[in-house]
Design a protein around this ligand. Structure first.
Ligand SMILES: Cc1cc2nc3c(=O)[nH]c(=O)nc-3n(C[C@H](O)[C@H](O)[C@H](O)COP(=O)(O)O)c2cc1C
Length: 255
């Protein structure tokens, strides 16, 4: 079994790994890994996972699916969508695209995880509450993986009602946020030390160090990895102040 994921701040990677723990000899790759494409082409059964942004998939994920459109024909894909609260048809958004490219959708799973938007107050919860969320996620993933092994894969996010919930609950109003990459990163040059961590971590190669300071372009996929890892808390994206730097690693030892 092969797991392919995109993860900005670690939630989706964690969920993919937990799911695949239930299978023999799993391979797991980020869409950023060079080996992801060959892993997909060599396996019929694929677990495909991503976080939900505004009830849609991140632009980087859509582009990966479309860029590799020839890969999906004949694949059997089980989709995992992670989210802070609500996604409507989180798995359905990619399912429709995969089907267009000839794949069969085996199932879908929605997993609530701690919110990763570190510069907006809404959805912020204390550590203990987030820990409960992660523990509940692990249990849900475990059940879903066993159901999958017993040929009864969950079907979350895939039917018409989910589609309507995603469309009218959010996507209709916020579609523009995920339609294109953005130039929305703000880097406070008064505190940036030019350490280069953000440059190394950005999945879009959208940040570079110039004259000792981080500078961003217009290809941000909104993943929050730079904000969550900046040692100086110098980066904001949707908000204007860093309130929290989400990292799933902070929860792993206490599950
Ligand atoms: C730009 C952006 C938009 C988001 N929109 C939603 C949303 O519409 N609904 C939701 O439940 N969570 C939303 N989230 C939260 C993430 O889906 C959630 O925290 C996810 O598990 C992050 O996964 P990752 O750590 O693998 O990147 C959003 C996060 C970001 C960064």
């Amino acid at each position: 079994m092969t797991g392919i994921y995109f993860s900005g701040t670690g939630n989706t990677k964690f969920c993919t790994e937990k799911f695949l723990e239930h299978f023999d000899r799993p391979n797991i790759f980020s869409i950023e890994d060079n080996s992801a494409v060959s892993a997909i082409s060599e396996n019929r059964d694929v677990i495909f996972a991503y976080p939900i942004y505004y009830s849609n998939m991140p632009k980087i994920v859509r582009d990966f699916i479309e860029r590799n459109s020839a890969l999906w024909h004949g694949k059997n894909i089980y989709i995992i969508a992670t989210m802070g609260l609500f996604s409507g048809d989180g798995s359905g958004v990619s399912a429709r695209l995969f089907k267009k490219f000839g794949a069969k959708i085996a199932g879908g799973l929605h997993i609530k995880m701690p919110d990763c938007i570190g510069d907006v107050k809404a959805l912020k919860k204390p550590y203990e509450k987030n820990l409960e969320t992660v523990k509940a996620a692990v249990q849900k993933i475990s059940k879903a993986a066993e159901a999958c092994k017993n040929n009864k894969p969950t079907q979350e996010g895939l039917n018409f009602m989910y589609h309507m919930a995603g469309l009218f609950g959010q996507r209709l109003y916020f579609y523009s946020k995920t339609k294109n990459y953005t130039d929305g990163i703000n880097i406070k040059h008064s505190v940036c030390t030019g350490c280069g961590k953000c440059e190394k971590l950005c999945p879009m190669k959208n940040i570079r160090i110039s004259e000792g300071k981080a500078v961003s372009g217009n290809m941000c996929t909104l993943c929050y990895r730079c904000l969550s890892n900046c040692p100086q808390r110098a980066i904001t994206i949707l908000g204007s102040k860093v309130l929290e730097q989400h990292n799933i690693e902070n929860y792993k030892d206490n599950i």
